[in-house]
Design a protein around this ligand. Structure first.
Ligand code: CTP
Ligand code: MG
Length: 233
């Protein structure tokens, strides 16, 4: 079985408020996206990596990330789009057409582990679609435009969604080709599969699998790295 992974790293990282893409911030001396690629590079289950980057970033990424860290599985580097959904679609069009399974992962989630990836592939083999998520810790309110609470969903049924999201290649391709993504705010790829009426399974991820988004997340990231170093010792 061939499994490809699309790593979406074409955002602008606006909430990080740096003057460059947050994926190139160094953690322990290595760019965030290199940490992310490394996890997939080291897995036998992964056949190829398709990296999606911002406009003008393809050549610098080749030099400073792919060659520098000697990544062998990055088969293609493609340019992303204005919204994440266009970046993922560009990645999907570059995936080897004989692949069976495709994972979509955020470049900004460097703390994903091989065991969670493996479990998501395993689950998607049966169900066609599997996403990684964690139980929400806070109570969540639905609020209207007047800042009034409309509804309090039962916390026990709420999960915060992470990546990777694993899909049968044909199913994800069908979703992207059939649905009008121009008219939709696609916040995760599983949404499209749900729209097709297909079941999406959930597996439990990890609270360490954060999406590095704001500057506080960098502090947390240092902590996670330190904890992992201590475990290794
Ligand atoms: N992403 C992408 N293409 C886009 C937007 C986002 O490939 N047009 C990627 C980001 O690079 C990131 C992941 O999708 O790895 C999750 O997006 P997010 O955390 O929102 O990153 P940014 O869009 O870069 O950050 P911000 O929303 O703060 O600008
Ligand atoms: Mg964004």
């Amino acid at each position: 079985m061939k499994t490809s992974v699309i790593i979406a790293a074409a955002g602008k990282g606006e909430r990080m408020q740096m003057n460059y893409n947050k994926q190139y911030i160094l953690l322990s001396g290595k760019p965030i996206v290199a940490h992310t690629i490394e996890v997939f590079e080291n897995m036998d289950l992964i056949y190829e990596i398709i990296l999606v980057v911002g406009k003008g970033e393809i050549n610098p990424v080749k030099e400073d990330i792919i060659y520098k860290y000697n990544f062998k599985k990055v088969n293609k580097i493609v340019e992303g789009g204005k919204e994440r959904q266009y970046s993922v679609y560009n990645g999907l069009k570059a995936v080897s057409s004989d692949c069976d399974m495709v994972l979509v992962h955020d470049g900004a989630r460097p703390f994903i582990t091989g065991s969670i990836i493996e479990k998501s592939i395993e689950t998607a083999k049966d169900s066609g679609a599997c996403i990684v998520a964690v139980r929400v810790k806070d109570t969540i309110k639905a609020v209207n435009e007047n800042m009034e609470v409309v509804h309090t969903p039962d916390r026990d049924s709420l999960w915060a969604v992470q990546t990777p999201q694993a899909f049968r290649y044909r199913l994800l391709l069908e979703a992207y080709e059939k649905l009008r993504i121009d008219d939709m705010k696609v916040t995760d790829d599983a949404m499209l599969i749900e729209k097709l009426g297909h079941t999406v399974k959930i597996i439990e991820g990890s609270y360490e699998n954060i999406k590095i988004t704001t500057s506080e997340d960098l502090i947390l990231s240092e902590g996670i790295l330190k904890k992992r170093e201590n475990i290794k010792k």
